[in-house]
Design a protein around this ligand. Structure first.
Ligand code: NG6
Ligand code: CA
Length: 518
């Protein structure tokens, strides 16, 4: 009885602390998620890589809370973005993976499930998605019509404004889409897209079929040796994944992509001045093809890959300047900087990165990177910047990007999350704000290849292999996951497997259909 009473008193005391802490947190007028693409834990000076100077990120890091154990939900793009925006694990959905550029929208639209942006709208924020999307567009069985209003698009998911690339820089269509319409499209030159490898548009010269001489003329010098996926339609001197015809006036120039995304963000911020905003800002950097604007060439000591990282840092500077110009004071502005998946050096083009990055482990001190289940796959640079509210420093709390949905809901005072929404998101607001040093107790990590799911419990990690065996690592002693201690701890393996099964079975389980298939 006495023990119960003590437990009760402790609980009350904790509750009191929580309430006090909650009321101390003001509601930001601007919330920015700055989402880099393929940026690894050790890819910037803010995380110790001096060869890639990122002054804007350094400033964010020195004034903000730098996380050392924050994770994307997956080691590739689409599932990570899906999880962040829905607060649910993407691996619950059958057929989830890296989407082609003509995929249908896989996010729930309003009325299907409450997403993070739709929640922010309900909480009174003006919302925007700017930059890389890669979550599909449109619904229905017919092929995508790029020449009309594309719907559903980010608008139906909860974004008031959008200026996006449909998929990735290396996938067609190579155009920007503003609020569901291709920007700069000439109706007399309609866009057609096809993703069948053997398909050819009449007269199309794809890199795969071209003669040496044609390649010489058509491709930028570094684009000469693209792999078998990236050897289709040539646009702006770079061969892509997929086929595209038409839309000449709307095609992007790769060296201008960052500037166009930055301009769209600055415009949204300026036009929103005075109103609360939620900006989901997704850079194309540092994904392939890496083709930085001339002014960033040579900006790093790590070649082209380092240069696009510095270009990404420039985007951060522009967003921050736009915020301050529009009157959003630093103490009213929450900026969350992170990346969608781990790093990759060579990803389809021989762009010189491999040679320039000799000796650079972009995920250091971890192993693996993009596509993998090792820590490098999902352990992300993650900085929370909110001067005056979040104390500068470092946090080793275990948190997931999937937790942003519920944490931000609490921050903005939204307490009507339907029972079918954000089911995998945990309220980690205090961890994100530096008031809880621990974060989650457990966190699944996902790799698309083989649809494998690892489980972190504290510093221990259970890792399934593609051969059907299990490995166990103690990351506190072995961050590089080199020493498999599964043999010594069969009981831990069994206990973790039970936990993992419980997580998988929760919230509708696995094998749920994609929203685009409903
Ligand atoms: C892969 C591409 C890779 C990249 C990736 C998507 C091949 C062989 N590789 O399929 O180049 O485009 O998809 O990256 O095609 S992500 O960051 O959007 O997940
Ligand atoms: Ca990515």
């Amino acid at each position: 009885m006495k023990r119960l009473l003590i437990a009760f008193l402790v609980l009350c005391a904790t509750e009191k602390v929580s309430c006090a802490a909650q009321s101390e947190l003001p509601k930001p007028r601007a919330i920015i998620i700055f989402y880099a693409d393929d940026l690894g834990y050790h890819d910037t000076s803010a995380y110790g890589c001096e060869a890639v100077p990122c002054p804007n990120l350094n400033s964010l890091a020195s004034q903000g809370l730098v996380f050392t154990d924050a994770h994307s939900s997956s080691s590739v793009c689409t599932p990570s973005r899906y999880s962040l925006l829905t607060g649910t694990y993407a691996w619950r959905r059958r057929g989830m993976g890296i989407l082609p550029g003509d995929a249908k929208l896989i996010l729930p639209v309003k009325g299907e499930q409450l997403t993070l942006p739709a929640m922010m709208q309900l909480a009174g924020y003006r919302t925007a998605a700017i930059g890389k999307w890669h979550l599909g567009l449109g619904r229905g069985k017919d092929p995508q019509n790029w020449n009309d209003l594309i719907s559903p698009s980010p608008r139906e998911v909860g974004f008031d404004e959008s200026f996006i690339m449909a998929a990735t820089g290396d996938r067609v269509p190579c155009v920007f889409i503003r609020n569901g319409r291709v920007v700069g499209l000439d109706p007399d030159d309609p866009i057609r897209v096809n993703y069948e490898a053997s398909f050819r548009f009449p007269g199309e010269i794809v890199a795969a079929d071209a003669t040496e001489e044609q390649l010489e003329n058509l491709l930028k010098p570094w684009g000469r040796s693209a792999d078998k996926q990236h050897d289709k339609t040539i646009i702006d001197g770079i061969s892509r994944i997929g086929h595209m015809q038409g839309g000449k006036s709307a095609l992007w120039k790769d060296q201008d992509i960052a500037d166009r995304i930055n301009d769209a963000a600055a415009r949204f911020i300026k036009e929103s001045a005075g109103r609360p905003i939620f900006l989901y800002f997704c850079t194309n950097d540092i994904h392939v093809p890496r083709d930085p604007h001339q002014r960033w060439r040579g900006a790093s000591k790590l070649g082209i890959r380092g240069d696009v990282t510095v270009q990404m840092d420039g985007s951060l500077g522009i967003v921050r300047r736009a915020l301050s110009d529009a009157g959003y004071k630093p103490e009213e502005t929450l900026i969350i900087f992170t990346s969608d998946n781990g790093p990759v050096i060579s990803d389809g083009y021989s762009d010189g990165a491999e040679k320039a990055c000799i000796g650079h482990n972009p995920a250091a001190p971890f192993s693996g990177g993009k596509y993998t289940l090792l820590e490098g796959g999902t352990r992300m640079p993650f900085i929370v910047h909110w001067p005056g509210v979040v104390q500068p420093g470092q946090s080793s709390a275990l948190v997931g990007q999937v937790d942003l949905a519920r944490s931000l809901a609490r921050l903005v005072g939204f307490n009507k999350i339907p029972s079918d929404s954000m089911g995998d998101s945990q309220d980690m607001l205090f961890a994100f704000c530096g008031r809880d040093a621990k974060g989650r107790e457990e966190l699944p990590e996902h790799a698309n290849w083989g649809n494998l799911i690892a489980l972190r419990v504290g510093n221990m990690k259970l890792l399934p292999t593609r051969q059907g065996t299990w490995e166990l690592y103690d990351l506190a002693k072995d961050p590089g996951e080199k020493i498999n201690i599964a043999g010594q701890h069969p009981e831990v393996i069994e206990a973790f497997k039970v936990r993992l099964k419980r997580i998988k079975d929760a919230n509708g389980g696995v094998n749920q259909p994609l929203w685009s298939e409903k």
